[in-house]
Design a protein around this ligand. Structure first.
Ligand code: OFO
Length: 183
């Protein structure tokens, strides 16, 4: 008896997203290693912490595929690509990757909607909220670098950016969570 509750199309899209999350973890890992090598241990610490979050995202997709009766296919993970050329480039790339990831999740939501697979649609809502946080965090990090001078930031400004990022949480507060008392 076939207990697989995912269509082949959705199973493939979810599987590809699982691999994409592993790829995202590799990117944070690679950029963290680059940052530490450049002497930015605070930035590196933040990026290393965040790569764990990406691995958690990967596990959520893996578990979901299994729980719907399909079999995840574990493949090789693409290279994270070239190192950033500077701190500004690093966070522009992080922001771009997060936006791309949101678009990728939107695409699967659209597929679930088209198939009327409401269980998958419901599962993906967690990721919609998560991507709101991910984009907000990436935008906040990029703003810090831009305020410090962007690609032209001097050593003093980067010293402060590095120090601040090392102490930052690796998740953002959403607009929905803000109140008058707690702006
Ligand atoms: Fe998996 O959220 Fe960032 O990419």
């Amino acid at each position: 008896m076939d207990t697989n509750r995912l269509s082949p199309t959705l199973a493939k899209a979810l599987n590809d997203q699982m691999t994409a999350e592993a790829h995202n973890a590799q990117i944070y890992l690679a950029y963290g290693a680059w940052a530490d090598d450049q002497g930015y241990s605070g930035i590196s610490n933040l990026l290393f912490r965040h790569q764990n979050e990406e691995r958690t995202h990967m596990m959520k997709f893996l578990e979901y595929i299994l729980k719907r009766g399909a079999k995840p296919v574990i493949t090789e993970i693409a290279s994270p690509g070239e190192d950033p050329v500077n701190v500004n480039d690093c966070f522009e790339k992080v922001y771009t990757y997060e936006v791309k990831n949101t678009e990728s999740i939107y695409n699967i939501v659209n597929m679930a909607l088209a198939e009327k697979d409401w269980i998958t649609w419901n599962f993906l809502q967690w990721f919609i909220k998560e991507q709101t946080e991910e984009e907000t965090l990436a935008m906040d990090l990029l703003s810090k670098v831009k305020i410090a001078g962007g690609a032209n930031a001097n050593a003093d400004a980067l010293y402060l950016v590095n120090r601040d990022m090392g102490k930052m949480q690796d998740s953002a507060t959403l607009a929905q969570e803000v109140s008058v008392e707690n702006p």
